[in-house]
Design a protein around this ligand. Structure first.
Ligand code: KET
Length: 464
């Protein structure tokens, strides 16, 4: 007796078997039979010829045969490819994660101090409430709106701790899907690569509004306003609170006022993604100005927050969703529904990052130290931005104006390199970056600026 493992597809190319059914096929009377066992997904082939040879072939067919291979993530997949490269001069400018001048990950001193405090206090690991750590929710809303903001005083903000920026956006998307069925979310073109996935998975329809103008390498403000105006009344408008990702181009304060005008006129709801508070200008208050402007107008808004970048808490998954409502009563109801959505998704959020934020933001001396460290990080990024510009201007003899790099703010630079050119950056120069032409300056050192400028000039002029 012999047994063989064959794939279902090769054993039975024309038969499509449903995992719900048992299948029995007689191939030729008295010579062979085929059976499929639904519990085990095994295909048995019994053959008999002239009553002497008997063979059983066991075929293990996976229930996951219909699951296709997913493509790598456009941002986090870049880090995976970088890790796999053994080349010495490789440079990871893909993900927006801060590195030191030595290109090492950085744990902020205030984070270490906050963690020491937690150990000293011997804090336990009991479940948090569904809405998260109360001390965190308090300080995170205060950091965003300012402690004296009427929206806080009047208890009009529903704040729920989320799984960092992404999880907070996802929770809000679930709220939109449940309470505003059919409402569209307007997303800037381009935007952070994960926004569309988040709304797709939450089954919230979305469309794009114009944002970036490649001709001016600036904001297409007229296009943006026109598209927001043209959207169906009562749409959600996703806005990057500061340091727009990937372009690094933000509206001016006057432009923010006009955006707020149009959103109010059209009865839309602004939905801010604030992933870089403090990282754009180095000032926590300055970077919250857009959100505060909308709140001061008495508008109802949603704001997702992240502490991945400004406190370097990437892997702690700490952030929040804030929904500003027109009454305390509405805020209480919204909060109850956010909790109801969170419970079956992840039950309750993790405690470690929440305690770090509560300790740092809630303690005046640690808070000041944090601000100094954040200025240091933002300052290092500004220095490499300047140095990259200097090298590009010196090395590129074509007369191309690279000054747009200096005008962009935040962690990234949107280089204008196309897909083929970015492939040259990676394949020839081992510079890992996203295919939209974005580079993370937070992953660049002063020492590597010249090398990067050479790579960019070569890719820009020698590859079309
Ligand atoms: N919003 C924006 C605009 C954003 O750039 C990120 C992360 C997030 C939200 C979510 O971050 P979280 O760690 O969930 O709080 N952006 C970087 C990392 C990533 O893609 O996940 C990036 O663009 O490289």
């Amino acid at each position: 007796m012999a047994s063989a493992m064959l794939s279902l597809a090769s054993a039975c190319p024309s038969a499509s078997l449903s995992a719900h059914e048992n299948l029995k096929v007689k191939l030729k009377p008295g010579s062979a039979s085929l059976s499929f066992n639904k519990e085990k997904s095994n295909l048995f082939i019994n053959t008999k010829s002239s009553g002497r040879i008997s063979m059983v072939a066991v075929v293990n067919a996976s229930r996951f045969e219909g699951v296709t291979m997913a493509p790598p993530d456009p941002i986090l997949g870049v880090s995976e490819a970088f890790k796999a490269d053994t080349h010495e001069s490789k440079l990871n400018l893909g993900v927006g994660a801060y590195r030191t001048e030595e290109l090492q990950p950085y744990v902020l001193n205030v984070v270490k101090k906050a963690e020491n405090l937690m150990v000293e206090r011997g804090e336990n690991k009991e479940y948090l409430p569904i809405e998260g750590l109360a001390a965190f929710n308090k300080v995170t809303a205060e950091l965003l709106f300012g402690a004296d903001n009427p929206v806080i005083k009047q208890q009009r903000v529903a704040t729920v701790q989320g799984l960092s920026g992404t999880g907070s956006l996802r929770l809000a998307a679930a709220l939109i899907e449940r309470y505003f069925p059919g409402a569209k979310v307007l997303i800037s073109s381009p935007t952070w690569g994960n926004h569309k996935n988040i709304f797709n998975d939450a089954r919230v329809p979305w469309s794009e509004y114009r944002y970036y103008d490649p001709k001016t390498v600036g904001l297409d403000f007229e296009g943006m306003l026109a598209d927001i105006k043209a959207a169906p009344e009562g749409s959600f408008v996703l806005l990057h609170g500061c340091a727009h990702n990937p372009t690094g181009i933000d509206p001016t304060p006057e432009q923010w006022e006009k955006i707020a005008d149009v959103i109010q006129e059209k009865n839309h709801i602004a939905f801010f993604d604030v992933a870089y508070q403090g990282f754009a200008s180095g000032s926590l208050d300055g970077d919250a100005a857009s959100v505060r402007l909308f709140a001061a107008r008495g508008m109802e808004i949603l704001v997702a927050q992240s502490y991945s970048k400004n406190l370097g808490l990437y892997a702690e998954r700490i952030g929040a969703i804030n929904v500003v409502c027109s009454s305390a009563d509405a805020a209480a109801r919204v909060k109850s529904q956010l909790k109801r959505l969170a419970r079956p998704m992840y039950s309750n959020p993790p405690i470690h990052g929440a305690r770090i934020v509560a300790n740092v933001v809630g303690d005046p001396s640690l808070f000041n130290e944090w601000k100094a460290e954040m200025e240091m990080m933002a300052g290092r990024i500004k220095n490499v931005r300047q140095k990259l510009y200097d090298y590009l201007s010196a090395k590129d003899k074509s007369g191309k104006d690279w000054s747009f790099i200096l005008k962009q703010i935040g962690m990234f630079s949107f280089t204008g390199l196309n897909k083929t050119q970015t492939e040259n950056m990676t394949n020839k120069w081992r510079v890992y970056m996203t295919k939209d032409g974005r580079i993370s300056l937070a992953g660049l050192s002063l020492a590597k600026c010249e090398y990067l400028a050479d790579a960019i000039v070569d890719s820009f002029h020698n590859v079309s």
